[in-house]
Design a protein around this ligand. Sequence first.
Ligand SMILES: Cc1ncc(COP(=O)(O)O)c(C=O)c1O
Length: 374
Amino acid sequence: MSDKKIPFFDYARLYLDERQDLLKVINDIGERGAYIMQKDLAEFEKKLSSYTNSKFAVGVGNATDGLELAWLAIGLKKGDEVIISTHTMTATASAIITAGGTPVPVDIGNDGLIDPDAITAAITKNTVGISPTQLNGRTCNMDKIMQIANSHGLCVVEDAAQALGSKFKGYSAGTFGDAGSFSFFPAKVLGALGDGGGIVTSSEKLFEKIFQLHDHGRDTNGVLQSWGRNSRLDNLQAAILNMKFTKYHKVIARRREIAKQYHDQLSSLEQLDLPPAPNENSDHFDVFQNYELQADKRDLLKDFLLQNGIGTLIQWGGKAIHQLEVLGFNSTLPRADSFFERCIMLPINMFITDNDISYICEKICHFYEQVKNK
Ligand SMILES: Cc1ncc(COP(=O)(O)O)c(C=O)c1O
């Protein structure tokens, strides 16, 4: 076992590294007694809508609620099918289920994102929508997806949980379709000290419905209009996110720098398929929520890195949606099936140093040298 320790993510450092700034925010909220739907939340919603260039934003309890509220507001009915990527969190699918519809997982392209041709092939007379996942901080080719949606009259709710700040052709993730949902789970690129989410939309009608649904059926004036529930973003979390938003451009720049270093140091290894490098395709601006690659002998590599103090993660516990028999799925999707035999994520966050990256890359090179000589 190595003395060196590079955890996949260090939750305590999320607090410790910004302790002074965070304590100021917490103290300010406490002194004002400003816990629910206060000015900090309104400020955060304004920031989120202007940052993404959408007309409206609603802070919600988490991204899963955001997705579900969007589908409820759209009016999903029993038997309605929504096409999703099979490479996503169960949340994309469960939000459709809990809103009353049926998720239909389809195959991915070489970059791990939903394959537009697979979307077209899965459309039936029951299809009402598409919920593309802007995976790992990369926005899908939304030209193609919106073209399919528009030509078939389908709604689009983007699962942008991993993608705040990511862009396709200059437009922000979350803003192409009817609505987009972001997550502020602590390990996310913009992470709160707890759960949090935000929905953006440019449709006033959807905004009003989502707003009512998330606050007990009350409209923006607090007047009861319908049944609803409670899924509000805590004012304290909103205040923390406001503070973090001021440094967000630095977080994105650092993540892109880490991705570049991984790319520069690993791209000569033929045993690996790396994600696109930060400036590889000018259509895409990626924020690298994750650095997910495909690796030969993936499980042995994971063990070897762990022995050397390096934490890695296999996304979704190693199963794509269509492989989740426990949830009633059981099919084969060739590209996703082979992707999930080889995928692994390396640490990428604000805590790892350039030296850490070199150490991780050296160990990966060393691993493939070793196995080659066996
Ligand atoms: C792709 C994707 N969708 C949805 C979610 C759910 O987000 P939340 O935990 O905020 O509900 C996540 C969170 O990990 C995610 O990565």
